[in-house]
Design a protein. Structure first.
Length: 71
C-alpha cells in the first residue's frame, strides 16, 4: 500500500472541515427556522463534532503510520 502523502492528508482534512461547516450551517438553520429544538440541535452538533474529530484523527494517524521512521 502506498503511503499517504502530505498533500493528500491535507486535502482530506480540508474536505472533512468543509463538510463539517456545511452540516453545521444546515443544523443551525434548521434550529433557527424551528425544524429542530435547541436540545436536539445541540445533540446533533455534538455528534457531528465527534465524527469530524475522529475522522481528522484517523487521517493524521494513517499519515503518520504510513511513513517509515528514520532513527
Amino acid at each position: 500500500m502506498r503511503p499517504l502523502s502530505q498533500a493528500s492528508a491535507r486535502y482530506i482534512i480540508l474536505m472533512v472541515a468543509g463538510g463539517y461547516i456545511v452540516v453545521l450551517g444546515l443544523v443551525e438553520a434548521a434550529r433557527i427556522v424551528g425544524a429542530l429544538d435547541t436540545i436536539q440541535a445541540g445533540e446533533v452538533l455534538r455528534q457531528i463534532t465527534t465524527v469530524a474529530s475522529l475522522s481528522v484523527g484517523a487521517v493524521l494517524g494513517f499519515y503518520i503510520a504510513s511513513h517509515q521512521r528514520q532513527s
